[in-house]
Design a protein around this ligand. Structure first.
Ligand code: G1P
Length: 298
């Protein structure tokens, strides 16, 4: 029987160097995308797909992330007393009843693969999701919110084959990402295609395709055993991509493309684009942005 996906690992121990100086004192995951921290968008995406346990892999100095998901009684009390019900609704019960948020520490910055491995004792040999909090997945307005990630979970629940979200990127950007080789097969939105190989941050001339791995994974627990023996790769870090390249030879692994907007908020342009894209979904903000652009002739 295929075990359902109930747990999600969200690695939040990164230093956010690409977003300095904004991230000198503030965790990058708490920078706002429009009206809430980016990590709240990501956690809600996970919960909407049926995840009931969020495991944050964090580090010292980033306690504000855990605080964001905890109750803040004084603030709630004051808002209640002032009758500010709407704002109160945005800060209270961000995490619905029945969903647990657990956090563990990654004390050494040894890479994404190492971060995922830090959660092993909480995963109990169950399949799990990994969501990178730098990446915002904004489904087409015509679709149900968080449709893409939910579809990946459904694809696992139907097949028991791991799923990795991919997106076509420009060839100059390819060296920032894990890249999937699909051989001669073509991917198309909402179709899972078997991956033939994965390579972490190749140079544009060595890249097997322009399909970048973009921060959403549904994985069998077998990957944890592989991570235990994965040696340091690109950048001297234990790369999740390297363990996945082994996994696909044993269990298979599918690439999952979507038509969603995918924003890498780990760099300044991606972050600004994400803010604009989410802001434009609010009719009043959309009018203000359009007026601003027109006024300035941008
Ligand atoms: C990580 C992964 C990489 C993936 C990327 C997505 O890289 O190692 O495979 O494509 O996230 O954002 P990082 O951005 O941590 O260097």
């Amino acid at each position: 029987m295929i075990q359902k996906i109930k747990k999600a690992v969200i690695p939040v121990a990164g230093l956010g160097t690409r977003m300095l100086p904004a991230t000198k004192a503030i965790p990058k995951e708490l920078l706002p995308v429009y009206d809430r921290p980016i990590i709240e968008h990501v956690v809600k995406e996970a919960i909407a797909a049926g995840i009931t346990e969020i495991i944050l892999v964090t580090r010292s100095g980033k306690e504000a992330i855990e605080n964001h998901f905890d109750a803040h009684y004084e603030l709630e009390h004051r808002l209640e007393k002032k009758g500010k019900e709407t704002i109160l609704g945005t800060v209270k019960n961000i995490i619905p009843a029945g969903v647990k948020v657990t956090s563990i520490r990654q004390s050494d910055a040894l890479g994404l693969g190492h971060a995922v491995l830090c959660a092993k004792h909480l995963l109990n040999d169950e399949p799990f999701a990994v969501l990178l909090p730098d990446v915002l997945v904004l489904d087409q307005a015509s679709r149900e919110k968080n449709h893409s990630f939910s579809s990946m979970v459904d694809a696992w629940n139907d097949t028991g084959i791991g799923q990795i979200m991919v997106e076509r990127v420009d060839s100059e950007a390819i060296e920032n990402y894990g890249v999937a080789d699909l051989g001669t097969q073509l991917s198309e939105p909402f179709k899972s295609v078997p991956i033939k190989g994965l390579v972490e941050k190749p140079s544009p001339k060595d890249a097997p395709s322009n399909l970048a791995v973009l921060g959403r994974y549904i994985l069998p627990s077998a990957v944890l055993g592989l991570l235990e023996t994965t040696v340091a790769g690109v950048g001297g870090e234990i790369q999740l991509t390297d363990a996945l390249d082994e996994l696909l030879k044993l269990d298979g692994l599918n690439a999952f493309e979507t038509d969603a907007g995918i924003f890498d908020c780990g760099h300044k342009r991606g972050f600004l684009s994400a803010n604009l894209a989410v802001g434009m979904r609010d009719p009043l903000t959309k009018l203000s942005i359009k007026a601003l652009i027109e006024k300035n002739g941008w």
